[in-house]
Design a protein around this ligand. Structure first.
Ligand code: A2P
Length: 254
């Protein structure tokens, strides 16, 4: 286990926050993977939870995106993190949301709910993603629009980025949806996909399906619904040893 120092904390809403720790020099990971994180405990029994890494593999920090749960075993304490605090980081990042688990395609569609957005922020900033796919789409579904964390980053900042601005021009779509409250794209992403609204909004047709590859990250019920949609189109789930048309992160809870 590594013991790393918190370098940045940002609270998005009363229920959501992000933080960074300095990166252990020997830690390597593939964009889209998760790692176990925890806090040192006085009795020596640290509680560890799986967290997707938000930051790209080339950054010198590790960033995480978390809910705050008042009685949550870990997040009740994690939400009070301050710069300079120590966080335990597991030694073995792993996970299924990696482009190597997908067969070659044209369109990479990453569908997330809540903090399930996290791994896609890493995949988006991996140069390999841009070599393999022509067109990249990230959707984010939340209840209230205030919960659209990273929206300014996805809408504006990355498009003005020195490296990624050029790379993503005309090739990247950020597609937020809100299920409770007014918003220009309302409703569950699963419903918008089934109703054909999603594909028409992003300028794809059913003819593009064979060239599309999907990454899914959200609650268990959401994952199940998305798998049903994709399998209904005849797609199969991929793993690193047997790549397919879609991948799902099952370790994610949130
Ligand atoms: P909804 O408000 O309709 O439940 P949660 O915080 O419960 O994980 O939900 C995050 C977002 O994911 C919410 O906008 C929620 O919509 C949506 N969601 C929850 N379950 C599903 C599902 N089975 N399919 C699609 N979206 C879902």
């Amino acid at each position: 286990m590594y013991l790393q120092t918190v370098t940045w904390v940002h609270h998005w809403t009363p229920g959501l926050f992000s933080f960074r720790v300095d990166r252990p020099q020997s830690l390597r990971f593939d964009s889209g993977e998760f790692v176990m994180i925890g806090l040192p405990a006085e009795d020596g029994k640290a509680i560890m939870r799986a967290y997707s890494i938000v930051s790209p593999a080339w950054e010198d920090h590790l960033e995480f995106f978390s809910v705050k749960v008042a009685d949550g075993a870990l997040t009740s304490r994690l939400q009070h993190l301050k710069i300079g605090d120590k966080v335990l980081i597991g030694r073995k990042p792993t996970g299924t949301l990696v482009i190597d688990a997908l067969t070659p395609g044209k369109h990479l569609v990453m569908i997330g709910t809540g903090t399930g957005l996290a791994p896609f922020l890493s995949v988006l900033r991996d140069p390999a993603t841009h070599e393999r796919f022509e067109n990249i789409i990230i959707t984010h579904t939340v209840r209230q629009k205030e919960e659209l964390a990273y929206s300014q980053f996805l809408q504006e900042e990355i498009r003005n980025d020195e490296i990624f601005g050029e790379l993503l021009r005309d090739r990247f779509t950020y597609y937020p949806t809100v299920t409770q409250g007014e918003f220009h794209t309302r409703g569950r992403i699963t419903d918008r996909i089934r109703e054909g609204l999603f594909r028409s909004d992003i300028g794809l047709t059913t003819a593009d399906r064979p060239d599309s590859r999907w990454m899914i990250c959200g609650s268990m019920a959401f994952n199940k619904d998305m798998i049903e949609i994709l399998e209904g189109w005849g797609m199969t789930e991929g793993t690193r040893s047997n790549p397919g048309q879609f991948v799902v992160e099952r370790a994610f809870v949130g």
